[in-house]
Design a protein around this ligand. Sequence first.
Ligand SMILES: Nc1ncnc2c1ncn2[C@@H]1O[C@H](COP(=O)(O)OP(=O)(O)O)[C@@H](O)[C@H]1O
Ligand SMILES: [Mg+2]
Length: 242
Amino acid sequence: MTVPTVHVQNLTKRFGDFTAVENISFHISPGEILGLLGPNGAGKTTTIQMLLGLITPTSGSIRMFGLDLDAHRETILGQVNFSSTYISMPFSLTVEENLRVVAKLYGMSDVARRIDEVVKILEMEEFRTKVTRKLSSGQMTRLALAKAILTEPKVLFLDEPTASLDPDIAHKIRGALKEVRQSTGLSILYTSHNMREMEEMSDRIIFLQRGKLVAEGTAQEIVDKFGQQDLEEVFLKLARER
Ligand SMILES: Nc1ncnc2c1ncn2[C@@H]1O[C@H](COP(=O)(O)OP(=O)(O)O)[C@@H](O)[C@H]1O
Ligand SMILES: [Mg+2]
């Protein structure tokens, strides 16, 4: 059996006596796109922050590439990247300068070639020399994604990456991410509140509700399990059970 890219076992996070994530287990296979679905406050971002080593789990284990995150933090995190709608980057630098800083932090070589590549993939030619402060929110989102794929990670955690994009650009970005996955075997954990996007992107979906994993499977399997018409209906049903 191949080693899962990400393997989470019995992961729990408590803030004081509030349990944000409760005993969840899941894996992401090499080259797999796993959708992480759930209403606001379900624990999606908390989960991603634990996977990025930004907050410490209360209990449970996280393994990536067969290594324990606690014991092999540097090795693992060098092969991981992330993006979110709410990410912020130095505003006085241009788009290109920001990407160069990221490349430097990761100790990358052949930086100019790689920046050209990423600018092309995400269609950023027209604003690559623009100061970050002056970017539209859609451009900012693309910069955040560019930062994330620039370092050629083996696994990408994307927390609502397309939330501020218009449908046309969001569609293009999804296509670009799928192409990167196709050509590099990248694994992706993806959150979004757009159910069509979830269906389009995800090989498999896990559904969190109040910190608990309540469903897992393909979009169709989840829809069938809850006896609904589509993922949107499942979402509404679970969200309203709160
Ligand atoms: N640092 C924190 N301290 C206390 N509670 C937190 C903290 N971070 C998140 N929470 C709570 O944990 C729950 C899950 O939050 P979050 O993971 O951001 O949900 P989601 O991303 O699914 O909307 C929420 O109720 C949130 O208020
Ligand atoms: Mg969140």
